[in-house]
Design a binder for this molecule. Structure first.
Ligand SMILES: Cc1cc2nc3c(=O)[nH]c(=O)nc-3n(C[C@H](O)[C@H](O)[C@H](O)COP(=O)(O)O)c2cc1C
Length: 344
C-alpha cells in the first residue's frame, strides 16, 4: 500500500480510499450479518474497490468484547477498508472512533446515519439523526476532529419520511463538518427497504456538494449501474445484489467499459458458494453452527437458479459441508446444461 499520511506513526492511504475522479469506485455496501471479512474478500476478488465493515455501535467498541472484535477486524488485503460506527453521543462516538483507529488502523471511519432499525433509532442512532440536524452536525464534527488526519465518511438515507426529505441539507452539513465522502441510500427511513430508491434526490445531492457522493439503492446489474451514473455520482454502492451475485462488481465494471459481460456458469456459482461456506467454517471452527448460520446466505445465492424452490427447502435444513456437496452435485447433475435459460 502506498502510504500518503500518517496517524501517530500508523501509515494509511487516503489516496487509495479516495480514488481520483477519473475512476469510478465500486463500493460494497455495509450489511450487518453479511459483510464479514470472508464475504468482503470474495467481493474484493470480484471487483469491489472499497470495503466497509457492517455498523458497529460506539458502546460495543468501548466494551471491546470478542463479538465486537470480529466486527471490526479485517485483513491487509481488504484495504482500502473502513469501519462503520453508529451512535448518537458525539463524545462517545469520537472516543470509539479513536479506539478503533488505535485498534485496527482502518483507512477511514464511516458514520452510519441511515440505519432504520428500531433498536438503533430508539437510541437516537442511525437514521434518527436525519431528523435532528444540529445533533447530526455535532456528531460529524466531533468525529472528524477526533480522527484527523484519518478521513471520515458518512452514509445517509434521503430523509426520515416522505414529508421530510432533507438529503441535500444533510449532505451540506456533513460537508461543512469535514466529512470527506457521503454515500446516499435513496430511500427514507420510513420506507425501510420497500418501494424503490429515489435517484433524483441522489442526483440533487451530487450536484449540491463538492465532496464525492456515492449513489446507493437497487443497483441489480450492469445496465442499471450505467443508467444510475447519469445522476452525476462519483461512485456506486451495491448491497443486496452482491449477496445473490458477487460477480455484480465485475459485471458493472465490464459493462461500463463497453464490453459484454459473460455471466458465471452454474458450476462456477456453486464453486463460489462452496468456497464461501468452507472459509466460514475454517474461520469460525464449529461446522454445524456455521452451516446453520449460512442458511439464509445460501438462500440468497440460489436466486435465479433453476428449481430454486426445492433447492431452498433442502438448504434450509443444511448442517454440514458434506450435505452441501451432495446437494450441489445433485443440482449440477440436473441443471448444469440448461442453466443459461435459468429463471426462478
Ligand atoms: C441485511 C442488511 C444489513 C444492512 N446493514 C447495514 C449496515 O450495517 N450499515 C449500513 O450503513 N447499511 C446497512 N444496510 C443497508 C445497505 O448498506 C444498503 O444501503 C441498502 O441495502 C440499499 O442498497 P441495495 O439496494 O444495493 O441493497 C443493510 C442492508 C441489508 C439488506
Amino acid at each position: 500500500m502506498e502510504s500518503s499520511e500518517t496517524l501517530e506513526g500508523v501509515a494509511f492511504s487516503a489516496a487509495a480510499a479516495f480514488p481520483p475522479k477519473t475512476t469510478l469506485p465500486l463500493f460494497l455496501a455495509p450489511m450487518a450479518g453479511v459483510t464479514n471479512s470472508v464475504f468482503r474478500r470474495i467481493c474484493r476478488e470480484k471487483g469491489a474497490d472499497i470495503l466497509t465493515t457492517e455498523f458497529v455501535s460506539a458502546d460495543g467498541i468501548m466494551h471491546r468484547n470478542a463479538r465486537t472484535r470480529s466486527y471490526v477486524e479485517f485483513t491487509e488485503g481488504e484495504r482500502p477498508m473502513g469501519v462503520q460506527l453508529f451512535g448518537s453521543d458525539p463524545e462517545r462516538l469520537s472516543e470509539a472512533a479513536r479506539q478503533v483507529i488505535d485498534w485496527v488502523h482502518p483507512d477511514f471511519i464511516d458514520i452510519n446515519f441511515g440505519c432504520p432499525a428500531n433498536k438503533v433509532v430508539c437510541r437516537n442512532g442511525g437514521s434518527s439523526l436525519l431528523r435532528d440536524c444540529p445533533l447530526l452536525e455535532r456528531v460529524a464534527d466531533a468525529v472528524v476532529r477526533a480522527c484527523a488526519p484519518l478521513p471520515v465518511t458518512a452514509k445517509i438515507r434521503i430523509g426520515w419520511d416522505a414529508g421530510s426529505v432533507n438529503a441535500v441539507q444533510t449532505a451540506r452539513l456533513l460537508e461543512g463538518a469535514g466529512i470527506r465522502r457521503v454515500a446516499v441510500h435513496g430511500r427514507t427511513r420510513a420506507q425501510g427497504y420497500s418501494g424503490s430508491a429515489n435517484w433524483d434526490v441522489i442526483a440533487e445531492v451530487a450536484s449540491a456538494v463538492s465532496i464525492p457522493v456515492i449513489g446507493n439503492g437497487d443497483i441489480a446489474d450492469g445496465q442499471i449501474a450505467t443508467e444510475r451514473l447519469k445522476s452525476g455520482v462519483a461512485g456506486l454502492m451495491i448491497g443486496r445484489a452482491a449477496m445473490t451475485n458477487p460477480w455484480i462488481f465485475t459485471e458493472i465494471r465490464t459493462t461500463l467499459t463497453g464490453k459484454s459481460f459473460l455471466p458465471p456458469t452454474l458450476q462456477e456459482r456453486w464453486q463460489l458458494v462452496r468456497r464461501h461456506c468452507a472459509e466460514e467454517v475454517a474461520e469460525r471452527g464449529d461446522e454445524r453452527q456455521t452451516m446453520q448460520g449460512m442458511r439464509s446466505r445460501l438462500m440468497a445465492y440460489t436466486r435465479g437458479m433453476q428449481a430454486a424452490k426445492p433447492l431452498r427447502a433442502s438448504l434450509s435444513a443444511i448442517s454440514s459441508l458434506m450435505e452441501l456437496d451432495d446437494l450441489i452435485a445433485g443440482h449440477l447433475r440436473e441443471h448444469a446444461r440448461d442453466y443459461s435459460s435459468a429463471s426462478d
